[in-house]
Write a new protein. Structure first.
Length: 343
């Protein structure tokens, strides 16, 4: 009896010693090789906000960070209880590591995050609450490229009247509209501005009506945040796009765009998940807004495309010089999130 017990203890001791000896190799063997993401869309893939995230996921997937095979499933646009129900279905399925809710969904995440502590939840943009823990709050600001677009507009306008059409006044919409006009006024103090909000995330007809109204008042360059360029084509004026390179939507009018690039945000989230999953580190979601600047790859100004010939050489040179200063950190674009006013 004693010898049998002794042999079992000895065998167990040898097993423990063996595990310690091969510990590092065993740890490597348990590192995950797959990452599964559920994405809650807010407006649909026809919108720049959602489309640019999926485009970033495609680019990051191709680079295989940490050697991961990345897959995702995205929903149709969901809000409120519908979004919360979808998150719960994803969480309870046990098939997803990250639930990325791509807008103001912290109210829904708050009801789930503690129940599913191993899942990393992501919310994006304004209107969220920084909950910390396993909720990460990513923010997107494109005010720096918008400032560059404003510099172009301020130098090219003939009427000294510029317009901007956006969805709702909010922190991460106000910043880019204000920056656009700040950039214009920095090179042309005579600038008059017109601002319109259509009070919807997607309403092409209403956006077109508001844009046409600005054209009628004399605006000859417009910062269009609503993907609606028909009025610019009809008036034969230059417009600027938002969130993604929108030149292809209207090659005859869209000179450039203030682009949102989610690649560094996606990599930041993947790194946080990897540190938790592979290294045992606790989640440490941010409670304050966090964004990647233009110099960090979080935003960019789209190329001029076919309209480059319309841009005077001196204007192009001035913009490139200013962009270089922003990228180097020697010029800081003012961040103004106050409600834009027409004046």
């Amino acid at each position: 009896m004693f010898m049998t017990f002794f042999k079992r203890v000895s065998a167990l001791s040898m097993l423990v010693i063996a595990c310690i000896a091969i510990g590092p190799g065993l740890a490597r063997a348990t590192e995950p090789d797959k990452l599964r993401i559920a994405v809650i869309l807010s407006a649909g893939l026809e919108s720049g906000w959602d489309a640019t995230l999926i485009q970033a996921l495609e680019r990051v997937k191709a680079k295989k960070p940490h050697g991961l095979e990345i897959t995702w499933k995205n929903t149709d646009p969901l809000w409120g209880d519908d979004a919360g129900d979808a998150m719960r279905v994803f969480a309870e399925s046990g098939q997803y590591d990250i639930i990325w809710a791509h807008s103001s969904y912290s109210d829904q995440v708050k009801k789930l995050k503690d129940e599913f502590p191993d899942i990393l939840f992501v919310v994006a943009g304004s209107g969220n609450e920084g909950l910390g823990g396993n909720q990460y709050w990513v923010y997107k600001r494109t005010y720096e490229p918008a400032y560059l677009l404003g510099t172009i507009a301020g130098k090219m306008t003939k009427s000294n009247k510029l317009g901007a059409v956006g969805p709702f006044p909010s922190d991460d919409i106000n910043d880019e509209i204000n920056a656009f006009f700040d950039g214009a006024k920095a090179v042309n103090p005579k600038i008059e501005r017109s601002v319109a909000f259509i009070e919807s995330w997607y309403d092409p007809a209403k956006a077109a009506a508001y844009t046409s109204a600005q054209v009628a008042t004399g605006a000859d360059l417009i910062f269009q945040l609503m993907d609606t360029f028909k009025p610019c084509e009809e008036a034969k004026i230059v417009c600027f796009g938002a969130l993604q390179d929108q030149h292809s939507l209207s090659p005859s009018t869209v000179l450039s765009s203030a682009m949102a690039l989610w690649d560094p945000d996606v990599n930041h989230i993947i790194d946080a998940w990897w540190a938790h999953k592979a290294e045992g580190k606790p989640y440490a979601g941010n409670t304050d807004k966090h964004w990647f600047a233009m110099k960090d790859g979080g935003a960019a100004m789209a190329p001029y495309g076919e309209l480059e010939s319309k841009l005077p050489q001196d204007v192009r040179g001035d913009v490139e010089a200013l962009k270089a200063k922003i990228m180097a950190g020697s010029f800081e674009v003012p961040l103004d999130v106050s409600d834009p006013k027409a004046h």
